[in-house]
Design a protein around this ligand. Sequence first.
Ligand SMILES: Nc1ncnc2c1ncn2[C@@H]1O[C@H](COP(=O)(O)OP(=O)(O)O)[C@@H](O)[C@H]1O
Ligand SMILES: [Mg+2]
Length: 400
Amino acid sequence: MSILLATTSTDLEDRIQRATSGHVLSIKGPLPDRPEELLYRLVGSPVPQVVVLDAQASSVQALGLAAGFAVTSPGTSVLLVSDLWQEIGMDAMRAGVLDILHPSAEIADIQVALERAERVAQLRGQPQTTAPTTVDPTTATVAGGRVISVVSPKGGVGKTTVSTNLAVGLAKAAPQSVVLVDLDIQFGDVANALNLEPEYQLPQMVRGDAARDTMVLKTFLALHPTGLYVVSGPESPIEADGIDGEMVGHLLDQLAAEFRFVVVDTAPGLSEHTLAAMDRTTDLVLITSMDVHGVRGLRKELDTLDDLGMFTDARHIVLNFAENGRGLSTADVRATLGTDVDLVLPVSRSVPASVNQGIPLLQSSMRSPVTKELARLVARFAPPVSTGRGRHRRSWVGAR
Ligand SMILES: Nc1ncnc2c1ncn2[C@@H]1O[C@H](COP(=O)(O)OP(=O)(O)O)[C@@H](O)[C@H]1O
Ligand SMILES: [Mg+2]
């Protein structure tokens, strides 16, 4: 395993060296501001899988650096060393920190933490600098970020509601590492739902410099206050002309190479753009409203996916507009679909209210029966994991 340690404490360094039988690259001195300043000292070696930052001298500095690693090297697992986990725990989670070690942690504890950090780094794949994105058509997945597409055969069933909340929820857990793409190319309303007025929209991002150079593309993305990046749809349907599946696929490849999560909102049905997205999708969120027509439509879509053998283990089925005592029961829906429903969103006035305000429920403090279910959806992708090893350690895994 490759581990980089930045600390001024010889005692800590000694314990970590012993925990790894001396397999740590140790860098002495105060923490720099940017990850590159640490990494350039390792020129010639691969980007480390695990970075351990001693936060005892300055939590702020260490958190800033951790957030930097989450952007420049999202595959790397970052651990902090601090006795202030209660104070900095939430901020650490937001900065993408995997785990916090107590400064006096014993060698056995250090070993457990490092081994887990290494496993997570392996799961996340190699850092992007060493592993370019490749599309494998047989499994319809990409090496790189997780691509979560939200689809339904019908319109008006809650795709935009779910995709914006999912994206905001993930961004709160892992800021700067989530991008939401509005692929409802003609009538997309993601920008409205997020109260954004982006300078650039999808049409500028699938052509020209942005399409050629991912660094340019990144400067075109809109940034939402929650730390979510956004590709909004065109301002008018006319601007959508000429945008084909190939362009959309290329955009998603670029984004998946840079971001840990790419959330895709789609138009109803299987448009050329949605199919291009599905080719790159690792997880499919399928939504239906709770009526006979909608449920049957979804059943057909599931049958098609079964025939193609697609997403057999990566489907998340959401039943929206659930109302007790009216029409179908949840059991009816399960029977018609022939499969379990993963989430049930009740009808709630808070949903249109949040859309009108442009503040997704998972961003606002508005109370709603829908919020808990939406948070459960987020947790399917970024579960808060506690190792529960005493009061010294807490951890989160931004799972891929
Ligand atoms: N659970 C819900 N309760 C009440 N209204 C909802 C619910 N889910 C969605 N809506 C409303 O239904 C409309 C369509 O939702 P939207 O997310 O835009 O669907 P889609 O993107 O599939 O067309 C919106 O006005 C939204 O506020
Ligand atoms: Mg929509």
